[in-house]
Design a protein around this ligand. Structure first.
Ligand SMILES: C[S@@+](CC[C@H](N)C(=O)[O-])C[C@H]1O[C@@H](n2cnc3c(N)ncnc32)[C@H](O)[C@@H]1O
Length: 255
C-alpha cells in the first residue's frame, strides 16, 4: 500500500466540504497518512484528528517512506502511460510532496499524540459519536482485491473487513461519514461491488434500530445513504463514470 497523501483542497474536491464549513467541528480523517488535511484543517479552526497505523513511526521514517512511495508510483504510472491519459505526472508527484511538507512539521510537533493517532480500522480508540464528521479517502475500495476492482492482489481488505470498518466509523460519528472513492479502477470504471453491501448494511442498521448497549456499536439511528458527485480527478479514470463519494448520515435516534 502506498504511503502518500493529499492536500486539503483535494479533500474538498473529493467530499465537497470546505474547511470553512468544518470550522469548530470535530473531524476524523481515517486514514490520514501523510496527507496535510489535519494540519491545514487545524490551522483553519477545525478540531481535526488523523488516524493511521504508520503513525507508530518517527517523522524521518515517514518522510523517507513517503518520498520512496511517490517516486515508485510515478515510475509505475509512467510505464503505463496509456492508462493515465494526459495526466501531468510531475504535478501529481508535486501535489503529494507538498502535502508531505505540510504534514511533517505538524506531525513532529504533536508530541503528545493528540492529533495523529496510531490505530487501524476496523478498531478505533474513540468514544461513540466522538466526531461530528468522518472523512475516509483512498483506503476502502481503493485497496480492495483486484478481482473486485481494487488495486491489491490478495488484499486483506475483504468485504467483511469493509463492513466492519464502515460500522466502526459510523459508531464514532455523530453526524456524517464520507467515503471516497466509490468506483472500481477498471476501464470503464463502475460502481464498486462492495457499495451495494455497504448501503444495505447502513439500511439494516436503521431498520433494526438495535440497542447499542448490546453491541457497543451505538449505530441505532435512522441512517441515510447518498452518493454525492465529486470533482476530484484520480488520474487513472476516463470521465465517463459516476465520480462520487458515499455520504452516510446519522438522523434521529430510533426508539
Ligand atoms: C493512500 S493513503 C490515503 C491517505 C489520505 N486519506 C489521502 O486520501 O490522501 C492510505 C493509508 O491507509 C493506511 N492504512 C493501511 N491499513 C489501514 C487500516 N487498517 N486502518 C487505517 N488506515 C490504514 C496506510 O498506512 C496509508 O497511509
Amino acid at each position: 500500500m502506498q504511503f502518500f497523501g493529499r492536500l486539503a483542497t483535494d479533500y474538498q474536491a473529493m467530499f465537497g466540504t470546505t474547511l470553512e464549513s468544518l470550522a469548530g467541528k470535530r473531524v476524523l480523517d481515517c486514514p490520514s497518512g501523510p496527507s496535510s488535511f489535519v494540519a491545514q484543517a487545524c490551522a483553519a479552526g477545525v478540531n481535526a484528528i488523523g488516524v493511521d497505523p504508520l503513525y507508530a513511526h518517527a517523522a524521518n521514517e515517514l518522510r523517507n517512506r513517503c518520498l520512496d512511495d511517490i517516486d515508485y508510483t510515478v515510475r509505475q504510472m509512467a510505464k503505463h502511460d496509456a492508462a493515465y491519459g494526459d495526466l501531468d505526472l510531475q504535478a501529481y508527484a508535486n501535489n503529494k510532496r507538498q502535502a508531505l511538507e505540510l504534514f511533517l512539521p505538524d506531525y513532529e510537533s504533536d508530541r503528545a499524540g493528540q492529533r495523529y493517532i496510531n490505530a487501524s480500522l476496523p478498531k478505533l480508540p474513540f468514544a461513540n459519536r466522538h466526531f461530528d464528521h468522518t472523512l475516509s479517502a483512498h483506503l476502502l475500495v481503493t485497496y480492495s482485491d483486484s478481482a473486485v476492482g481494487g488495486c491489491l492482489s490478495n488484499s486483506p481488505f475483504t468485504l467483511e473487513w469493509h463492513l466492519a470498518a464502515v460500522l466502526e466509523m459510523m459508531r464514532v460519528t455523530r453526524g456524517s461519514l464520507h467515503i471516497y472513492p466509490t468506483t472500481t479502477r477498471t476501464k470503464p470504471a463502475r460502481r464498486h461491488p462492495y457499495m451495494d453491501a455497504i448501503v444495505e448494511l447502513v439500511e439494516s442498521q436503521s431498520r433494526r434500530g438495535h440497542d447499542s448497549s448490546d453491541h457497543g456499536t451505538d449505530t441505532s439511528s435512522a441512517w441515510t445513504c447518498r452518493f454525492e458527485p465529486s470533482t476530484y480527478q484520480r488520474g487513472d479514470q476516463d470521465q465517463n463514470y459516476s465520480n462520487a463519494s458515499l455520504v452516510i448520515e446519522r438522523g434521529a435516534q430510533v426508539r
